[in-house]
Design a protein around this ligand. Structure first.
Ligand SMILES: *Cc1c(COP(=O)(O)O)cnc(C)c1O
Length: 358
């Protein structure tokens, strides 16, 4: 028996079954044997000291991919958001984001606790808002109003259903921000899902942004790490915060090698995840009482209120059959990724149909 604590993740019971079909999150991918081999072969150094060649190689590749001057390797995407906000903003500054943004809901209140910014959340379907909404959110420059400093956009919009912001909208939004003298930051946790789905090069997609990061632990399948990109000045400041937050690493190249392997082998295949997500959405749409959001990428959100089965009950029933899904934003979410095959999709649909009988 394990005692349940408030903040420590619960350990699974020793006899808990492993998931057969894991749609819980694209973070659940395990490194492939080829990725592990790349990690074993990596040339290493002390990344904090600046001499891990594999970390430098990853940063150079990412800066080039994003069309930015420089990049920094960090342990997680959350740390990329925190570091970027610390560089762009001071305490009391305001960040404008969507109301479903990760920085508002999923970073443990860190922006109150650590960065000291306040976040204005704009409404809008599918995790997106319009240029008119952004214009309406501009505050007067008086000493009463919080100084607005940063526009933050999630590409893809996670709770928005993995939706892809169109490039024209991004260009207009970053143009408005620039007119106001704000900085612009992209939470690109799943940026390559967006670029693969839209058929647009990453550098073009993020051209209007001062900073952008990519998570290697989502659909790309690496065990840890995210890379934040921006100007040399920005990355220089980011290094100071990486050090202060304790995110500076030693033989980090062992993980950077996994990320490089992912860039070489796991990007184009994101299109397979998107095809699997569409197949899953089609299957789920056939179930009575289920309302499915059409996926742009690899996240399939579906509302089961019409079935009369509570979300937690559905999750438990599915878990008992070895099918894991998550609950997010009042819906169920199924993620496709590296460890989900096309053959698993009809099986998952059958399991979900079975679990939704009231
Ligand atoms: C996962 C995620 C993050 C955080 O990334 P971690 O690597 O889990 O810290 C931030 N933003 C979005 C949109 C995400 O999906």
């Amino acid at each position: 028996m394990y005692e349940s604590l408030a903040w420590t993740p619960a350990r699974p019971a020793p006899d808990a079954p492993k998931p057969r079909i894991n749609l819980y999150s694209d973070t659940q991918t395990r490194p492939t044997p080829a990725m592990k081999e790349a990690m074993m072969r990596a040339e290493l150094g002390d990344e904090q000291h600046g001499d891990d060649p594999t970390v430098w190689e990853l940063c150079d590749r990412m800066a080039a991919l994003m069309g930015k001057e420089a990049a920094i390797f960090l342990p997680s995407g959350t740390m990329c958001n925190v570091v970027a906000i610390l560089v762009h903003c001071g305490k009391g500054d305001e960040v404008v984001a969507h109301e479903t943004a990760h920085i508002l809901h999923s970073e443990g209140g860190t922006h109150a606790a650590l960065t000291g910014v306040q976040i204005m959340g704009l409404a809008g379907a599918r995790g997106m808002f319009t240029p008119d909404q952004l214009r309406a959110a501009i505050r007067p420059r008086t000493r009463y109003a919080p100084p607005q400093r940063l526009l933050e956009i999630e590409q893809t919009a996670n709770i928005g259903g993995g939706a892809v912001w169109p490039l024209e909208v991004l260009t207009e939004l970053t143009g408005i921000a620039r007119e106001q003298g704000w900085a612009t930051h992209m939470d690109g946790a799943r940026l390559l899902n967006a670029t693969v789905a839209a058929g647009i090069a990453p550098a073009e997609m993020v051209a209007g942004f001062d900073s952008v990061w990519l998570d290697f632990t989502k659909g790309l399948g690496a065990p840890l790490g995210a890379v934040l990109c921006g100007s040399r000045q920005f990355i220089d400041q980011a290094w100071r915060w990486k050090q202060r937050l304790g995110g500076s690493m030693r033989q980090g190249g062992i993980c950077a090698a996994a990320c490089i392997h992912a860039l070489d082998h796991h990007v184009e295949r994101l299109a397979d995840d998107h095809a699997n997500a569409r197949a899953l959405a089609r299957g789920l749409a056939q179930i009575e009482g289920v309302v499915v959001e059409q996926p742009d990428t690899n996240l399939v959100f579906f509302d089961i209120a019409g079935t009369g089965v509570p979300i937690a009950t559905a999750q438990e029933r599915l878990a008992a059959q070895g099918v894991w899904v998550s609950a997010l934003g009042g819906r169920l979410r199924a993620c496709t990724h590296l460890d989900v095959t096309a053959a698993m999709i009809p099986e998952a649909v059958d399991a979900i149909r079975g679990a939704l009988v009231a």
